[in-house]
Ligand binder design. Structure first.
Ligand code: GAR
Length: 208
């Protein structure tokens, strides 16, 4: 099985979904890194017997120094695939280059709509009729790498930031372990900034 690491900053419910799906997947979570101490995601990892590491970004002089410390820790564990799961730090191009084609992010919007923060609020304020999540390869561009899969929800009259967050979280937990498994098994690849699924070029994101 492919050694992977999961990077978190908080709650870690997506990490939990990845842990729960691990027994019937091609990945093996070797390490969980958090840039924040004392977050719930670290407890989830420890409960599953997974090694954890806190690298507090505030202890580093620069983004470069922080990212180099992460690369050292990941390479030391021979991590092949990195899964960002609510990791709320911008990564340097040194880091994204090191893991190009080997790193995924999940983002709570239908990219290219709403990169960055407050995606549910922004979708509501725009009066959108649908919203969703995107799972994408990570490149140097923030929330900008090639999208692999999207899952959509209809925005209803009475939806709020909280109801949208819940609906999208549920879909995240169903989809992220699946896509992580595809990357770990080699079903999913990135070539010339294009996604291949089972060897075939993806012309549009997969619909969940
Ligand atoms: C998830 O909804 C994920 O899509 C989002 O953070 C949440 C983490 O939840 N990620 C981003 O906004 C990245 N730009 P979790 O800690 O419970 O997995």
């Amino acid at each position: 099985r492919t050694p992977i690491a999961v990077l978190i900053s908080g709650n870690g419910s997506n990490l939990q979904a990845l842990i729960d799906a691990q027994p019937h997947s091609h990945y093996d979570i070797q390490l969980v890194i958090s840039n924040r101490p004392n977050v719930k995601g670290l407890d989830r990892a420890k409960s599953a017997g997974i090694e954890t590491l806190v690298l507090d970004h505030k202890a580093y002089d620069s983004r470069e120094a922080f990212d180099l410390a992460m690369i050292d820790a990941l390479d030391a564990k021979q991590v092949q695939v990195v899964i960002l799961a609510g990791f709320m730090r911008i990564l340097t191009s040194a880091f994204t280059h090191h893991f190009l084609g080997r790193m995924l992010n999940i983002h709570p919007s239908l990219l290219p709509k709403y990169p960055g923060l407050d995606t549910h609020q922004r979708a509501l304020e725009a009066g959108d009729s649908e919203h969703g999540l995107s799972i994408h390869f990570v490149t140097a561009e923030l929330d900008g790498g090639p999208v692999i899969l999207q899952a959509k929800v209809t925005i209803e009259q009475n939806d709020s930031v909280e109801t949208l967050r819940q609906k999208i979280h549920t879909l995240e937990h169903q989809t992220y372990p699946l896509v992580a498994d595809w990357l770990a098994s080699g079903t999913l690849t990135l070539e010339d900034n294009k996604v291949r699924f089972k060897g075939e070029l993806l012309t549009a994101p997969l619909d969940f």
